[in-house]
Design a protein around this ligand. Sequence first.
Ligand SMILES: NC(=O)c1ccc[n+]([C@@H]2O[C@H](COP(=O)([O-])OP(=O)(O)OC[C@H]3O[C@@H](n4cnc5c(N)ncnc54)[C@H](O)[C@@H]3O)[C@@H](O)[C@H]2O)c1
Length: 316
Amino acid sequence: MLPTGHRTLVTGGAGFLGSHLCEALIRRGDAVLCVDNFHTGTRSNIAPLLGHPRFEMLHHDVTLPLDVEVDRIFNLACPASPVHYQHDPVQTTRTCVQGAMNMLALAERRHARILQASTSEVYGDPEVHPQPESYWGRVNPIGMRSCYNEGKRCAETLFFDYRRQYDLDIKVVRIFNTYGPRMYVDDGRVVSNFIVQALRGEEVTLYGDGSQTRSFCYVDDMIEALLATMEMPAEFTGPVNVGNPAELSMLDLAQLVLRLSGSPSRIVHRPLPPDDPKLRQPDIGLARQALGWQPNVPLDAGLEKTIAYFRALLNT
Ligand SMILES: NC(=O)c1ccc[n+]([C@@H]2O[C@H](COP(=O)([O-])OP(=O)(O)OC[C@H]3O[C@@H](n4cnc5c(N)ncnc54)[C@H](O)[C@@H]3O)[C@@H](O)[C@H]2O)c1
């Protein structure tokens, strides 16, 4: 592949989404600088890239200033699962807010285009369903999830203030639940939880009665959306929702995972955690119309690949 001429920084590049993004950028010919403090990311995620001549890894915490020569920045650094982001909530807010400030300052200095990996969590427990970008959300500012939700909301504010104040070329993508190979075994996210429990033959734990819904986007679709957003003209800032609108109940998901993995596990019910949203589904009208993007990988196919990944990892 011929070089694109882009020197692209991916913060959080050793994480689940970041490592897939680094691979896609290398495939399209970018020179990639991956920055990560390995808080949740792992060296094994980026192992396939380590010897590549256009790939570099820098062990660095984004809460500290950074000066490197880049013209594109994907800011993904931040633990994404509740187990990880609640482990050290002060550090989570610091990563969201101080990390965003440092990367925005770098973008301004280098005249780089910068994309923020925001989240559907900015909508909190929504009264509007599905959630369009124009909805401002219903977020608890003092709860267990606030370090992440409010941290990400503040990061969006910073991005738009850098746009208004310094005319920075920004893109904000609100990522909805994404799944696929390289998710973590014990991070409490529903897809990995169900698969790991099913493969180990353990009880599959369902919170509440299982009627709460989610929609899941396969990682390859998500990476395509991030790349497409980054290539939009400067007038396009987002925020843009990206995710898969196909919605299903957690009970249906548990049953599907059991069927696809051929597991004999049984489903047990546990109390709902606080601030757990009851409904979550992206309105992706803007992504369809502006980016010409929509998810293509059906849930069964994506789950099969994810189950195969965990089967190899757990050696089951
Ligand atoms: N996966 C999803 O479903 C989802 C949904 C919404 C938003 N997002 C966002 O996408 C981004 C990537 O999520 P992911 O699922 O890949 O999570 P992840 O935890 O796998 O990746 C996050 C990466 O950031 C690194 N990191 C954390 N704090 C850092 C710091 N201070 N300095 C440098 N590196 C740091 C971690 O080590 C890890 O490699 C996150 O910003 C997350 O908020 C993900």
